[in-house]
Design a protein around this ligand. Structure first.
Ligand code: UT7
Length: 327
């Protein structure tokens, strides 16, 4: 069984910075409420001609340029997204074409804000199976295109961006930097965070078919805190690690109060968490790689550091992974 190393990271965000004050002109909100209730100070919004595939391609290119990695021999591309340009072709296929990766298989996954971490789990599995050696995992979103700008409880939250990471097969006998992972779901909570599609119902629950994200924030908040605090110790146990062994805890950036509540519950120092909320808002599947990018950019994260990723969101879904930074 081949182990995996985590060897490169890239990112992309749209140019347009949207500060909290932007919302004050058309909904009843203010900067103070948004900062104190969420931790968000700004987010990026894609331009009218800019879609998720563009951000995913830019993130892949950024990864290749920063790391000097040749992506032509990547053998699988996995894109996690909730806001694809279209359901078909998938975003991963568009990356495969635009980035000229002739050998790569390509598919998208829909596990909302946990999607990126689910992607890592799948990539590790493909490499362990011995069928793939180099897997590109991208979390990319243009949530601004599926945001209901009349709903003040959600429109201030979401932002656009993409993050890409590379997992590569470790040498035979080498331990590898990607540890054990976990995944889980709470399907019953699917009606607490959703977007309409073909069916007018989720289970028996009638939905508003406006193609925008609808969220019961309070319920998702509580579920997220309970789930992450319950599952992180399980993930650590699987990896034979203690919380003190983790250099960087990187939960999905949904709300600073969620991160604070988890850290309080787990007795983990907030200074050892990374988040992309303040700068980029809630970018769903892109939030974890963007947070890691910020940690690397400002020099806090170093090669060899141990990071614990934990995604959670629509579905409801969750996934956790422990990785050593290999670059
Ligand atoms: O990424 C996927 C997973 N998603 C999450 O994890 C999201 C989890 N949930 C949350 O982050 C929070 O629940 C929200 C940020 C969505 C909302 O924060 P909250 O502290 O739960 O606020 P709330 O919904 O309980 O609302 C408190 C008050 C309400 O007013 P009343 O009823 O007390 O008069 C809201 O109407 O805040 C009001 N409010 C706002 N006020 C100013 C809600 N949104 C706003 C706003 N500006 N933008």
């Amino acid at each position: 069984m081949a182990n995996s190393n985590f060897t490169a990271l890239g990112m992309a965000v749209p140019e347009k910075i949207v500060p909290n004050q932007y919302f004050e002109s058309f909904i009843d909100t203010n900067d103070e409420w948004i900062v104190s209730r969420t931790g968000i100070r700004a987010r990026r919004h894609a331009g009218p001609e800019e879609y998720t595939s563009h951000l995913c391609v830019r993130a892949a290119r950024d990864l290749a340029e920063r790391s000097g990695t040749d992506l032509s021999d990547v053998d699988m591309i996995i894109v996690a997204t909730t806001s694809p340009d279209h359901p078909m072709p998938g975003m991963a296929c568009m990356v495969q074409y635009r980035m000229e990766m002739p050998r790569a298989g390509a598919f998208d996954i829909y596990a909302a804000c946990a999607g990126f971490t689910y992607g890592i789990v799948i990539a590790k599995g493909l490499i362990a199976a011995g069928t793939h050696r180099k897997v590109l995992v991208i979390g990319g979103e243009t949530l601004s295109k599926i945001t209901d700008f009349t709903d003040r409880t959600s429109c201030v939250l979401f932002g656009d961006g993409a993050g890409a990471v590379l997992l590569e097969a470790a040498a035979p006998g080498e331990k590898g930097g990607v540890g054990m992972c976990i995944t889980g779901a709470f399907g019953e909570g699917g009606t607490d965070l959703y977007m309409s599609g073909l069916s007018p119902k989720i289970y028996d629950h009638p939905i508003v078919c406006n193609q925008k994200i609808i969220q019961n924030g309070k319920k998702v908040f509580k579920w997220a805190v309970n789930t992450v605090t319950r599952e992180v110790p399980r993930l650590l146990e699987l990896n034979n690690l203690q919380l003190a062994d983790i250099d960087w805890f990187i939960p999905h950036s949904a709300n600073m109060r969620i991160i604070e509540a988890i850290c309080k519950e787990l007795d983990f120092p907030m200074e050892k968490t990374l988040q992309s909320l303040s700068e980029f808002g809630n970018t769903s599947s892109a939030s974890i790689p963007l947070a890691l990018h910020i940690g690397l950019r400002d020099g806090r994260v170093k090669k060899g550091d141990k990071a614990l990723f934990f995604g959670f969101g629509g579905g409801l879904t969750y996934a956790g992974a422990v990785l050593e930074i290999g670059f």
